[in-house]
Design a protein around this ligand. Structure first.
Ligand SMILES: Nc1ncnc2c1ncn2[C@@H]1O[C@H](COP(=O)(O)OP(=O)(O)OP(=O)(O)O)[C@@H](O)[C@H]1O
Ligand SMILES: [Mg+2]
Length: 377
C-alpha cells in the first residue's frame, strides 16, 4: 500500500511516522521549500507548484492520495480521471472546507453559528465591508493563508489604507468584527470513507500573534459548551463529507460557541494526540483514508498538553537542545527537520499529567529547554 501525500511539511512527517507501523509506504509531492517529511521519505517528487499534469502523474503512481495542506485547486482534482476513487478528502470536500468564504457559507446553510462576516472581492467592497463592521475589524484571506499570514487586524482607517495598498489586483477576503475571545477551542473529527466518525476530546488552544502556541485537554469548559462544540463538529464533518481528519477551530464569545474555520486534515491542535490519546490523529487520518476501522480517541491520562517550538528571535540549535529537553521529566519532544526561521514552527513538546495545568507546565518547561541553546554556541 503506497499513500501519496501532497505537501511535505510536519503533518506529512507525522503521518509517515504513524503509517509506518501500519505497513504503509509513502511518496511525497513536495515543493522545493518543503523540509520536514522529505527528510524521512525515500520517494519525493519535487514540483514548482501543484498543476494538473504534476498532480495527475503523482496520483497515477499511488494507491491512495491525501494532503498535508490545502493548496491544490479542487478543479484540478476533478479534471483527473480516476482521482475521485483514490484521492481523500475529495475535491468536493476541499471545495467546502479549504476556503474560508465557502466554509462560512456552508455553516450558514447548516444553521451553525460563526462570527458575522462579509465577503469582499475588490477594494470598494472591502471599504464597504469595514464601514459596515466598524473598527476594530479583522480581514482574512479566504484562501492560502496559514499561521496568521492572511489575517489582517484593522484598528483604524490607516490600517485599512495600508492593507488596500498591499493587496493584489484580485482577492477574496472575509471581513468580520474583532471579537473579545473568551477562549479558543478545536474539535477534531476523524471520519472514514464508510462514514464512521470518531471525535477527539475538545481541545483548548492559545494563539500567539495568530499562530497556535499552546494546546491542552481537558478544555476546562463544562459539558454544555463541550457538547455543543462536539455536536457542531459531527454535523460539519457529515455536511462536508470529510475523509480522514477534519479540524474545526472555534471561538467562545459570551459563553457561545462560534465556528472560526475548518481544516480538512490533521491539525496543530491535535499533535498532543500522539502521546495523549489511544490512537493519534495521524493514524486515524490514515485509517479513515484507507477505510479501516477508526481507533479510540480518548485520553490515556487525565490531561495532556502541548507547547509549540516557534523560532525565537535569535537562531537556536535544536539538536543541541535535545539533551536539555530530555532532562525535563515527562517532556516528549518532536522535531520537524526544519531550518531555523524566526516565528517558524520547528517542533513541539507534549506532556501528560494529572491536570491540564501540570501537563502545560511540563510542556512549557520542555519547550524552553529545547530552545535554550543558541546556534553557534
Ligand atoms: N474575528 C476575530 N476576532 C478576534 N481574533 C480573531 C478573529 N479572527 C481570527 N482571530 C485570531 O487569529 C487567529 C488566526 O485566525 P484564523 O484561524 O482565521 O487564520 P489562519 O491563518 O487560517 O489560522 P491558522 O493558524 O489556523 O492557519 C485565530 O485563531 C484567533 O486567535
Ligand atoms: Mg486558524
Amino acid at each position: 500500500m503506497k499513500i501519496g501525500i501532497v505537501g511535505g511539511g510536519q503533518l506529512a512527517q507525522m503521518m509517515i511516522q504513524a503509517g509506518a507501523s501500519l505497513g504503509v509506504s509513502f511518496a511525497l509531492l513536495a515543493l522545493e521549500s518543503d523540509e520536514s517529511a522529505t527528510a524521512i521519505c525515500s520517494e519525493v517528487h519535487r514540483v514548482q507548484g501543484f498543476d494538473r499534469e504534476g498532480v495527475a502523474a503523482f496520483v497515477d503512481t499511488c494507491d491512495l492520495v491525501t494532503f498535508d495542506h490545502e493548496l491544490v485547486d479542487p478543479a484540478i482534482l476533478e479534471a483527473i480521471p480516476g482521482a475521485a476513487a483514490k484521492v481523500f478528502p475529495s475535491a468536493q470536500t476541499l471545495r467546502m472546507s479549504a476556503n474560508k468564504a465557502r466554509q462560512r457559507e456552508m455553516l450558514q446553510a447548516q444553521g451553525i453559528p460563526s462570527p458575522e462576516f462579509v465577503i469582499a472581492l475588490d477594494s470598494g467592497q472591502l471599504r464597504e465591508a469595514v464601514e459596515g463592521t466598524g473598527f476594530p475589524a479583522v480581514a482574512k484571506a479566504a484562501h492560502g493563508g496559514y499561521d496568521g499570514r492572511g489575517v489582517f487586524y484593522l484598528e483604524n482607517a490607516d490600517d485599512l489604507e495600508s492593507l488596500l495598498s498591499r493587496l493584489p489586483g484580485s482577492f477574496e477576503l472575509i471581513v468580520e468584527p474583532k471579537l473579545e475571545l473568551e477562549a479558543e477551542l478545536a474539535v477534531l473529527v476523524a471520519r472514514s470513507r464508510s462514514g464512521e466518525i470518531a471525535l477527539y476530546p475538545v481541545l483548548r488552544t492559545v494563539q500567539l500573534d495568530s499562530v497556535c502556541n499552546e494546546v491542552w485537554a481537558p478544555s476546562g469548559f463544562g459539558e454544555c459548551i463541550e457538547e455543543t462544540a462536539l455536536g457542531y463538529g459531527r454535523r460539519i464533518a457529515e455536511a462536508v463529507g470529510s475523509v480522514g481528519m477534519l479540524a474545526i477551530e472555534m471561538f467562545v464569545v459570551n459563553g457561545e460557541v462560534l465556528i472560526n474555520e475548518l481544516a480538512p486534515r490533521p491539525h496543530n491542535s491535535g499533535h498532543l494526540t500522539i502521546e495523549g490519546c489511544r490512537v493519534s490523529q495521524f493514524e486515524n487520518h490514515l485509517r479513515g483514508v484507507m477505510d479501516l476501522p477508526l481507533g479510540p480517541t480518548d485520553l490515556v491520562a487525565p490531561a495532556a498538553a502541548m507547547a509549540n517550538l516557534l523560532g525565537p528571535p535569535d537562531p537556536v540549535d535544536l539538536v543541541a537542545g535535545l539533551a536539555p529537553v530530555l532532562e525535563v521529566d515527562g517532556a516528549r519532544p518532536h522535531l520537524y527537520h526544519k531550518s531555523y526561521r524566526k516565528g517558524r514552527k520547528l517542533g513541539h513538546v507534549t506532556a501528560l499529567a494529572d491536570s491540564a495545568e501540570a501537563a502545560l507546565e511540563i510542556a512549557r518547561e520542555g519547550a524552553a529547554a529545547a530552545l535554550s541553546v543558541r546556534a553557534g554556541s
